[in-house]
Design a protein around this ligand. Structure first.
Ligand SMILES: [Zn+2]
Ligand SMILES: [Zn+2]
Length: 82
């Protein structure tokens, strides 16, 4: 069931989200993310991980930081080289 929020005007609104730098969940670094403002609730922060260019799996920090992987996950790089 999807949650719908109806305002006084009778419009169905989506939560407002904006891009922002948010603190990572695994370390305390600032990473690109999204802040979603639910009406009447505290803002929800989501980290936008980058997907692997090959398989689309979300990259971890270690993989993202490793420039030699060129935006791919370890598994995809190993497959190519091995
Ligand atoms: Zn982290
Ligand atoms: Zn991959």
């Amino acid at each position: 069931m999807s949650q719908k929020i109806i305002t006084n005007e009778g419009f169905v609104t989506k939560p407002k989200d904006k891009f922002a730098m948010v603190h990572c969940s695994c370390c305390n670094r600032l990473v690109p993310g999204k802040v979603i403002n639910w009406p009447g609730m505290s803002p929800e922060k989501k980290i936008l991980w980058k997907p692997c260019k090959e398989c689309g799996v979300w990259l971890s920090h270690a993989e993202e930081d490793n420039k030699s992987l060129k935006g791919k996950c370890l598994e995809c790089v190993e497959e190519k080289e091995g």
